[in-house]
Design a protein around this ligand. Structure first.
Ligand SMILES: Cc1ncc(COP(=O)(O)O)c(C=O)c1O
Length: 368
């Protein structure tokens, strides 16, 4: 049994109130249709209202919601533009190619976010070309970049560029709740301008599982057909919709605590261990992304050593490790993590730097 599991914020898990709701729904008579159990349409209506869209549709996963959006916005052989490390381009690469049949023009954004100028240039270059660019995919917050929030105003400018060319915008907002908490705004302010928005209900909010796809009534009608095609017409879904409804109503307000805890964890790690670095400017939400600066360990060996001490994290490539903070992670768990890192620190020999003396100075400047 791990002491602290920081592999993902989807581990937040349901509250006692959500578990009660699941039990009560399981005891009620089963429903037949996908929207027959009252919790499903209630959840869809509340999500649509929260994101300022006409309609919303309940999905088992955010991956399926993203892919359904791609299939509605694009035709086979179309091109979509996305940040190279976005979930749609990277983790969903096989689905994007094999299910949605679209190719991704992968662009390296700034901390995961495509700038309006970068996008405009790209679209200008491809004007009149044989390839059909039908969609731009945005991700807020950006997972691989360390939970970074899209700079204010970018989405509105991107919307202008896309509208002028008839290109759709899909927003992968698996962690839009975190972005809204950081920006101190309602999620609908961040959804504005997108033609479709996917949000997770388990990450940060603690619903047992599920995601929503939001958009216009016409878009959701098409997405509903695609969901059925993908085998996602799940029913009876009340047992998962009931706790998700509670999650959406009650859990958003506490996300700022996760951000404060992540900040504390990241700041402590960066200040105590020169063999790793953390970009504290990018540590905006609940994800701590650390980069190894020692040659004595790579990301997978650090992950393994932490696991031996009961701390679970995930590695990204050879140098990066992600620690995700959520509702079950408080001061006690953070102390356990800090102790594990200190133990690893003591086992390293003095000559642990892969970086230069200037890098070390910069690291200390950033945290001071
Ligand atoms: C940004 C982003 N989008 C989509 C997903 C996919 O979510 P799911 O696991 O529900 O398919 C994830 C999962 O971590 C994610 O980080």
């Amino acid at each position: 049994m791990p002491l602290v599991d920081l592999r993902s914020d989807l581990l937040a898990g349901p509250t006692p109130e959500m578990i009660e709701a699941m039990i009560a729904t399981a005891r009620a008579p089963s429903s037949y249709g996908a929207r027959e159990d009252r919790h499903v349409p209630e959840l869809e209506a509340l999500t649509a209202q929260t994101l300022g869209t006409e309609d919303a549709l309940f999905f088992p996963t955010c991956t399926m919601a993203n892919q359904a959006a791609l299939m509605v916005h694009c035709r086979p052989g179309d091109i979509i533009i996305a940040d190279a490390e976005s979930h749609v381009a990277e983790f969903e690469a096989a689905s994007t190619a094999g299910i949605s049949n679209v190719a991704v023009l992968r662009v390296t954004g700034t901390h995961g976010h495509l700038s309006p100028a970068q996008l405009a240039q790209l679209l200008d270059q491809n004007e009149g070309e044989a390839m059909r660019i039908s969609m731009v995919s945005l991700e807020n917050t950006h997972n691989r970049a360390g939970g970074t929030v899209m700079p204010e105003g970018w989405q509105q400018q991107i919307e202008k560029e896309c509208r002028a060319r008839g290109i759709a915008i899909h927003l992968d907002g698996a962690r839009l709740w975190n972005a809204a908490a950081y920006a101190k705004c309602e999620p609908l302010a961040l959804a504005k301008g997108a033609d479709s928005v996917a949000v997770s209900l388990n990450k940060a909010l603690g619903a047992p599982l599920g995601a929503m796809l939001c958009g216009s009534k016409a878009f959701i009608r098409d997405a509903s057909r695609v969901r059925r095609m993908l085998g996602g017409n799940w029913r009876p879904a009340g047992i998962v919709a009931a706790p998700a409804l509670i999650a959406l109503k009650t859990m958003r307000q506490r996300i700022v605590d996760d951000h404060a805890n992540a900040r504390h964890l990241g700041t402590m790690l960066a200040s105590e261990h020169s063999w790793l670095s953390i970009d504290l400017d990018s540590l905006q939400t609940n994800i701590v992304l650390l980069k190894l600066r020692t040659k004595q360990m790579n990301a997978s060996s650090l992950t393994k050593r932490l696991a031996e001490m009961g701390v679970l994290v995930v590695s990204y490539g050879d140098r990066y490790v992600r620690l995700a903070v959520y509702s079950g992670i408080g001061q006690d768990q953070i102390d356990e993590v800090l102790t594990a890192f200190s133990q690893i620190s003591r086992s390293l020999t003095a000559d642990y730097f892969a970086g230069s003396r200037d890098d070390r100075k910069a690291n200390h400047r950033r945290i001071s």
